[in-house]
Write a protein that binds this ligand. Structure first.
Ligand code: FRU
Length: 493
């Protein structure tokens, strides 16, 4: 219930300033975003405003677990070095007293608008979700509109569930604005479409796309390489081979085209098949690239920084450039990563017969690219290796399945009570004797891009040892190996 002064931006920022120095940073990523204290989940309001990229986060500053959501905030001019800007939104109003949930940003001239889900008890005590707006001229201090909530339960179609009506994705359309909202009825999940000319007054236009799991959270929507693309997070999606592996939360992209107020679907696939990828948002960079950032964690997990009481939990993926190739999503770390390169090493070829380590190829924070060729039997890499501890990346050229297994890590990722633990993830590639890999390693994570970005797997993995070893096992030939250690000092402010 609303208690005036229970939460405020000032209180949150004061708490962060006091507590940040005592956060245990040994497991903290070196070049991936994590909050100075506490918990983060979904990236929010990813945008480019007045010469800077802005990423906001679903944020609980006071605990390393999810609770009454604030929005935290970083900015960057280059997508690699980020400055913490403090808390942007606190749940300080009667209409958002139970949390400022996920949302997106719209830039109108010199004003940045944030649309977010405001959570509060309805008159009958049921906790409901409506939508609110806040604006800023300097990109740091936001003022909530006196007209909030700007989209209310009465704006739902008659069969719409008021408890699940969230995550506004706003985008410009024909001189006005369109807004997608995740919702469900008794039968299925769907995206609802609204329109507005001023971001304040919204008109319901219809169901944009339905039959999307039980509840398709966190929609993103954009035009990419000739198609419209809807990215959304499917809740309780039934398992389906390697496409939807987890049975609780999977991230899908749907390609197709907009026809009037609805979306005509052409294809549906997974975005990233690692255990730790959720709620991605994209931004259009000034040079026309579409850049994606996701939450690098998953609901239902208890990660070591939580159970070892380090005072933080949750991180974001490294920004990715995305494109469509033959209708399929292709993802690569943004090219700006070269700005973090330290010592580099290139090697044209090396034979693997049994086990091999390459001199100079080891470290905690690196960007490794290589092609493994001449593969006729299962081939594997050990990453973050130290003694008996390692993450196994294994490719079977007969089946084309690439798997990543973190079960030998010294600090396990546990499942929360009642949830399932997943230590192995699988990616189906086109079977063949060659495997192209690109790997980003940080203190506690691996992002693997395979087949020239046509498949991605992101997983948290927490070594107990140094976590620096890299070795190759099987029979084959390594080609075009390029390895760069990444600078991490002062990268995340
Ligand atoms: C997805 C999500 C969103 C919601 C937010 C709350 O991870 O459940 O649907 O807005 O997290 O923190």
């Amino acid at each position: 219930m609303y208690q005036p002064d229970r939460h405020s931006i000032e209180k949150a920022n004061r708490f962060i300033a006091e507590k940040a120095p005592s956060v245990n940073a040994v497991m903290k990523p070196g070049f991936h975003l994590t909050a100075p204290t506490g918990w983060i989940n979904d990236p929010n309001g990813f945008c480019y405003f007045q010469g800077k990229y802005h990423i906001f986060c679903q944020y609980n500053p006071c605990h390393s677990r999810w609770d009454t959501m604030h929005w935290g905030h970083w900015t960057s001019t280059d997508l690699i070095r980020w400055t913490w800007e403090g808390v942007a939104l606190a749940p300080d109003q009667p209409y958002d007293c139970m949390g400022c949930f996920s949302g997106t940003a719209a830039v109108v001239g010199d004003t940045l608008h944030l649309l977010y889900t405001c959570v509060h008890p309805d008159t009958d005590g049921v906790v409901i979700q409506e939508q609110a707006i806040a604006t800023s001229r300097d990109g740091v201090h936001f003022v909530k509109s006196p007209l909030n909530p700007v989209l209310r339960k009465n704006d739902l179609p008659p069969d719409g569930e008021r408890r699940d009506f969230r995550d506004p994705r706003v985008y410009p359309d024909q001189g006005g604005w369109r807004l997608l909202l995740a919702n469900k009825n008794e039968r299925c999940g769907r995206q609802l479409l609204y329109e507005s000319s001023d971001l304040i007054h919204w008109t319901y236009r219809g169901v944009f796309l339905q039959e999307l799991s039980e509840m398709p959270e966190c929609p993103d929507f954009f035009h990419l390489d000739g198609k419209d693309v809807l990215v959304t997070c499917l809740m309780n999606q039934p398992r389906e081979g390697y496409r939807f592996q987890y049975g609780h939360h999977d991230v899908a992209y749907v390609t197709g085209r907009t026809e009037g107020v609805s979306f005509v679907q052409e294809s549906l696939d997974s975005v990233d098949l690692g255990q730790d990828f959720y709620a991605p948002q994209t931004v259009l960079a000034p040079d026309g690239r579409r850049i994606m950032v996701g939450w690098m964690m998953m609901w239902g997990e208890a990660t070591p920084p939580l159970y070892l009481d380090h005072g933080w939990q949750g991180a974001y993926t490294f920004p990715r450039e995305i494109s469509l190739q033959d209708g399929k999503l292709c993802q690569r770390p943004v090219r700006e990563i070269q700005g973090l390169y330290g010592r580099q090493l290139c090697l044209e070829r090396a034979d693997v017969k049994g086990s091999l380590q390459l001199e100079g190829v080891s470290g905690q924070h690196y960007h490794l690219k290589l092609t493994a060729g001449d593969l006729y039997e299962p081939f594997s890499m050990h990453l973050k290796e130290d003694g008996t501890e390692y993450v196994e990346l294994r490719y079977d050229p007969q089946t084309g399945v690439l798997s990543m297994d973190r079960s030998r890590m010294g600090h396990p990722v546990y499942a929360q009570p009642g949830e399932e633990a997943h230590d192995v993830s699988y990616l189906q590639l086109v079977p063949g004797h060659t495997l192209a890999l690109e790997i980003l390693s940080d203190t506690c994570s691996l992002e693997v891009f395979a087949g020239h970005g046509m498949g991605a797997m992101t997983s948290l993995c927490f070594p107990k040892g140094t976590g620096t070893g890299i070795s190759f096992h099987g029979k084959g030939e390594l080609q075009h190996v390029s390895f760069a250690l990444l600078e991490t000092k002062g990268v995340i402010g």
